[in-house]
Design a protein around this ligand. Sequence first.
Ligand code: FEO
Length: 352
Amino acid sequence: MIDTVKTTHVEDFLRNIERIIPLEKIDYLIVNHAEPDHSGSIPALLERNPRIKIVCSRGGKTSVARHCPGGYDLQIVKTGDSLSLGKRNLRFFEAQMLHWPDTMFSYCPEEKILFSTDAFGQHYAHSSHFADEVDDCELWAEAIKYFANILTPFCGQIIKKINEYAALGWPFEMICPSHGMIWRKNPNRIVEKYLEWSSGRAEASVVVVYDSIWKGTERMAKAICRGIEAEGMPFKLFYTGVADLNDVMTEVLKAKGFLVGCPTLNNNIMPSLAPYLEEMRGLRFLNKIGAAFGTYGWSGEGVKRLEEALEKATVKVVQPGIKILFKPNDEDLKSCEQFGRNFAKQVRSSCG
Ligand code: FEO
């Protein structure tokens, strides 16, 4: 068995496995990664079959022990090690930080299947199990959303590990992630996408995220977008009141430019913007450029605070922020349009 499921699904999991093989007949559990969505049901499995030997990476020794304390047989493997299962074999590849230190891939040479744990997966469930049987738009939207929100901090490591794997010469005809769809028709297409998404290259487009109290910053945001549009550049506008954080991060991965705006509130930014900026700080997107905007009443620190947060989020601030006292008038809105135009030009020139 390769990996288990989160505890919420343990009953279904054990029942489904028993349709194929009695639990007592399982000899090995390969733990490719011990985050609880993969390892949560190990204790229930061991309770049913304490004879199972757990196979994991060096990093897995710690994570398995912390998530599943108790006595069990453990075998530590490293890249190039193999395990004979009789008719078939498994080989192992240490894929540290894709996305945990314990992560490893398992490979079955007889079937040419790569079991890649989180890598190449999605947070996507469907009555079908195969990527070629689901809606292509939905599939790729889920694949990039997963990458943007889970794997972005490890772009350099992803490229390194994909190259390291390729050098092993273990050809695959199928990639089975631990969740999401199985890639069986041209499975290399998801690997190529990972190389593309890890490269730091982005579309010449802009994501604009804002919050507003009395619609002043909202009018600024819309005027800025008119300026971007006038330059013939695509953009997406998100209002924090209804936006989904993970959807916004997905769009940030795709776009070169990021603009953020809110009014000054208590000498600071609006708290609703903080999750976006903190998430970006953690995800460490590559090569983004940005700028800030917002209204203010008297002290007006909001834009400066947004710019500081952008820099902490590794977004290079490429033009001075624009701030407007209380309520934007027609002339102010023209300045906002010009701000949008200027930013679009910067995005275009930095995309080459
Ligand atoms: Fe890192 Fe699917 O858990």
